[in-house]
Design a binder for this molecule. Structure first.
Ligand code: ATP
Ligand code: LTN
Length: 332
């Protein structure tokens, strides 16, 4: 039987945080064995907010190197840059005629980003979920592993697929979001009820995958906790301490409750130092490998070209089917 298909992507829109790692990329690794995986760098999505061209180019290469350094294996999946497979933009256009402006303008991310970038509410920002639906549907995807914040976008992709199938006949498989309970939401170190985000303005709020040891230790030392002094896992009551325990647990491979047990009778200082050391120990080899790969420009470009080729071969089948179903003239 054919393997099930997995699709996911991250935008090259900033420096990735340990939230992106624990909530997204790390979960992709084990899937490479059992599924047909497509992992993309969503550069077409990244231009929906104002960007610097040279920075986009640099960040795209950096994200590719990071994927590889984290253990994404290009011989077992298609690792590629979205804009190098033109089928994404083509299918987006075709799906635009079955997506409604009303539903797009109700998306949480569209509302948040429009509020944040009031001077640049462009068509791409509104169309973002349709492009994301095109990404997913092109590969007849079964599962989309993402963090909790992307659930709504996967749901709209399902709606668009079902509507298209209904109007033109069975064409797309209906995808399902795959959201892990643990690590689906790593919180900010400064406002622990908010998610840790790569675009946070406070540099102490997020631990970046590129932060050196001293920076990681310092950010954890400054993390907001509470004044009761007892290390306990109780997210509602003690969000700061619980977030530290959740991060420690995610990197140690245990449950947050087990992590709390390790610190029974110890103070917040011990917890902060231990989390900082654990995270920076885990990041060190990934950072070294990323640095090494960034120097191998020809290798990196080759891996991405091969990935785009692989993705294109799969995407082409769905795209021709869509053109046919919609009645585009192909010579007969
Ligand atoms: P931005 O702040 O620029 O919107 P982001 O940090 O939210 O960016 P995305 O590129 O939107 O990152 O997300 C990439 C992937 O990482 C998605 O699957 C998303 O759900 C996941 N993710 C992002 N932040 C977290 C977090 N704090 N905890 C767990 N998963 C996360
Ligand atoms: N919008 C996503 C990135 C993304 C994506 C996708 C995720 C673009 N296309 C397809 C899953 C499937 C985000 O994480 N911000």
């Amino acid at each position: 039987m054919d393997k099930k298909v997995v699709y996911s992507a991250v935008q090259p829109s900033g420096n990735l945080t340990i939230g992106n790692y624990v909530g997204a990329i790390r979960n992709w690794l084990s899937m490479q064995e059992d599924y047909d995986c497509f992992f993309a760098i969503a550069d077409l999505h990244a231009v929906t907010v104002r960007h610097e061209p040279a920075e986009l180019r640099r960040r795209t290469a950096e994200l590719a190197a990071l994927y590889l350094a984290c253990g994404i294996d290009p011989s077992r999946c298609a690792l590629y840059v979205q804009s190098q497979v033109s089928a994404h933009a083509e299918l987006c256009w075709l799906l635009n005629s079955v997506a409604y402006v009303g539903e797009m303008s109700r998306m949480t991310q569209f509302k948040d980003k429009s509020a944040k970038h009031e001077d640049n509410i462009n068509m791409g920002l509104l169309d973002y979920p349709v492009l994301m639906a095109a990404d997913i549907l092109l590969y007849q995807t079964d599962y989309v592993p993402v963090g909790a914040d992307q659930k709504q976008h996967v749901e709209i992709a399902r709606d668009i697929a079902a509507r298209f199938n209904n109007r033109y006949g069975e064409t797309f498989r209906i995808p399902e979001p795959l959201i892990k309970k643990e690590g689906a939401k790593i919180c900010s170190l400064q406002e622990p009820t908010k998610k840790m985000s790569k675009s946070d303005e406070n540099p102490n709020a997020s631990v970046l995958l590129t932060d050196d040891r001293d920076t990681v230790l310092r950010k954890f030392r400054r993390a907001v906790t509470d004044s009761d002094g007892e290390v306990r896992y109780a997210p509602a009551e003690k969000p700061g301490v619980s977030n530290l325990l959740a991060i420690y647990a995610a990197f140690k491979g245990c449950s947050p409750e087990e992590a709390a047990g390790e610190f029974a009778g110890k103070g917040y200082g011990d917890l902060k130092t231990a989390v900082g050391e654990t995270v920076s120990d885990a990041l060190a080899p990934v950072q070294a490998e990323r640095e090494r790969l960034l120097k191998e420009k020809t290798y990196l470009a080759g891996v991405l070209a091969e990935g785009a080729e692989k993705a294109f071969r799969a995407a082409r089948r769905t795209l021709s089917k869509v053109y046919r179903k919609m009645g585009f003239y192909r010579g007969e």
